[in-house]
Design a protein around this ligand. Structure first.
Ligand code: SF4
Length: 398
């Protein structure tokens, strides 16, 4: 059963769920949150009613208790480690029109698609900085970045086609020609068919990230004005197709601020739980990025830090075994704090434009807030007695 069917069990009524969350009273929160935290401590799975209360504004008075429970659960399930990764944009060409994104089709920006050899050079810089988990991104342009191109890049960077060198001249003796490969390659590109995921899986891709942006059908239609991304259900079932194709890692998420953030967080959690139950062989993680300024994006809905951490704590309590990703969209201070409480995966030193690590002239997807280098973020984690992990998976096991 795909998520678009499963969601019917929850009366797919986005506005209704948003209203249920908003209506939770202080009395109900005071009665039910301690009980939910006791259930979590006893290893009992929380249900949708619990999630509604934890996400509600009334839960704000219980934030400290939620933080302590989330921290305890995270350390118990994941230990004192954070998995490090870095995004690498292959292209900012896009045929979709999304009102919240700098790459949107109509935007007059500097577009660039990396050649395969330039992608290898760019990846080399991240490898030299210690990154072994790479997230490759493109816009939604099926012609500019076709599946053959993605397969070739994955094959080289995963080492399947022999370890990559620094560029075209693989026989060179220069330092840049030293062979290298990544232990994990995830893709955040356009939605694909199941057999296409199987093909990419066979070429070294082992993770998929696909964010629904919003689970609110009305807002989805309002912010996706053109291109393939208008097809909400095709995107909604994309992680199921990847799960059936045997993807080792699947990440889902919502862009908070596009619609009611608490309801979007709730549907993201339900989506992640569905995937965890349906595809037991895949590691499921989720992310709740907040909107950022970008080309053509001049207004950012206000999702406060306090609300934001409440949503993340609720995710951890509802899904004790799910990974929680936190990107450089967030401020250093907030990232440092959340790293000690509930997050399991962090990016660092990120660039959001193709060729950004090599200084290419192209436009970014959005501005980041945490500009620290990979080494600086690693040092912060170590100062908090958290080990930054760069390799948790051997390619020999793929
Ligand atoms: S969000 Fe994705 S599909 Fe939409 S404009 Fe940006 S890159 Fe294209």
């Amino acid at each position: 059963m795909d998520f678009s069917e499963r969601i019917q069990q929850y009366d797919f009524d986005f506005d209704g769920l948003a209203a249920r969350i908003a209506a939770v009273s202080a009395e109900r929160a005071a009665a039910e949150i301690p009980r939910a935290l006791d259930s979590v401590a006893a290893g009992i799975e929380l249900d949708l009613d619990d999630l509604v209360v934890l996400l509600s504004p009334a839960a704000d008075s219980h934030l400290e208790a939620m933080a302590r429970a989330a921290e305890h659960l995270t350390r118990k399930r994941f230990g004192r480690v954070i998995q490090m990764y870095a995004p690498m944009y292959l292209s900012n060409y896009c045929h979709s029109t999304c009102t919240y994104c700098g790459f949107s089709f109509g935007n007059k920006i500097k577009r660039l698609t990396l050649s395969v050899s330039d992608a290898v050079k760019e990846a080399r810089l991240l490898h030299d900085a210690g990154i072994r988990h790479l997230l490759l991104l493109t816009g939604e342009d099926y012609k500019e970045t076709p599946i053959d191109y993605l397969a070739e890049v994955c094959g080289i960077l995963s080492g399947l086609d022999g370890a990559a060198s620094g560029g075209d001249d693989r026989e060179s003796e220069s330092a840049d020609a030293r062979p290298f490969s990544f232990s994990s390659i995830s893709l955040e590109v356009y939605p694909l068919k199941e057999d296409e995921y199987r093909l990419l899986r066979s070429r070294g891709m082992d993770g998929l990230a696909v964010y629904q942006e919003t689970y609110d059908p009305r807002r989805y239609a309002e912010v996706h004005l053109g291109g393939m991304k208008k097809r909400m259900q095709y995107r909604l079932d994309c992680p199921d197709r990847a799960g059936r194709a045997g993807m080792r890692k699947i990440a889902v998420g919502a862009l908070l601020g596009l619609s009611n953030p608490a309801a979007d967080a709730a549907y993201t959690a339900l989506h992640a739980r569905h995937l965890m139950k349906q595809y037991w062989q895949s590691q499921v993680s989720l992310s709740l990025p907040r909107m950022r300024f970008a080309e053509g994006v001049n207004e950012i809905p206000n999702v406060t830090d306090r609300e934001y951490v409440r949503y993340l704590f609720a995710m951890r309590l509802f899904l004790p075994d799910a990974g929680l990703n936190l990107s450089t969209r967030e401020s250093p201070a907030l990232r440092d704090r959340l790293a000690t409480l509930c997050v399991t995966h962090m990016s660092a030193g990120s660039r959001t434009e193709p060729g950004g690590y090599s200084g290419a002239d192209s436009t970014e997807q959005f501005s980041v807030e945490d500009h620290r280098s990979i080494a600086q973020v690693s040092a912060m984690l170590e100062a908090n007695r958290i080990e930054p992990v760069f390799v948790d998976w051997s390619p020999v096991l793929k």
